[in-house]
Ligand binder design. Sequence first.
Ligand code: NAP
Length: 230
Amino acid sequence: MTTTLITGATRGLGHETARRLVAAGHTVWIGARDPERGRAVAAGLGARHVALDVLDDDSVAAAAATVAAAGGLDVLVNNAGIAGARRPVSETSPEDVRHVFETNVFGVVRVLQAFLPLLERSPAPVVVNVSSGMGSLAITTDPERLESGIVGLAYPSSKAALNMLTTQYAKAYPALRINAVDPGYTSTEFNGHRGWKPVEQGAEVIVRMASIGAGGPTGAYVDEDGPIPW
Ligand code: NAP
């Protein structure tokens, strides 16, 4: 039995990933900063729930203790993320950038720090970092790609940092499979449902990379069609 924790699983891509992994037979923990929502979502999906705010050391430590006491963890999906205010570059302050990094970058480090000891005890430990094509230097400078037309400081740089965290953690923990994924522009509250992919399609690559097991790749960056350039 594979036990999986998904951060920010109350809605959007995290929720759909949870639904799919429950159907695939995983024991799924819904990580939710609002415990009531977490409880309701978990009940609807046949999952477990744990209070988890990626910004809060005590919350993350308590979540790790809860998951450890229930038997441990095999798969961690670092999905919780924010877009931040969409401001022109000239109006973006250091505080705007820091705000997004707190969740998308430092939150992931906080969660990994707490859960890596549990993952190291799994026979097939897997981490999926939910990144974005907006975090790719290659994609955001390719005029053929939609992402090259979007200009912003906070979110793209946070996902670029997450990509680097992914390769560095992958090197530091060779026994784990640690990868970054780009779900693509997906209709969720994150973008006011402007994304053109349905959530079932966006979650596909997250589900696939959460299911790779011990024989899968590590230090990779993939979308639904396979590896993508950093
Ligand atoms: P979403 O619908 O806005 O969901 C984001 C989830 O993250 C929510 O459950 C939210 O919880 C949670 N969250 C935010 N801050 C948190 C915190 N401090 N602690 C715990 N949970 C927190 O967004 P989504 O589209 O599903 O995005 C999921 C991931 O995919 C993000 O990392 C995003 O960057 C990435 N992504 C999305 C797209 C896209 O087009 N949608 C494309 C590429 C990458 P609350 O309900 O409590 O706010």
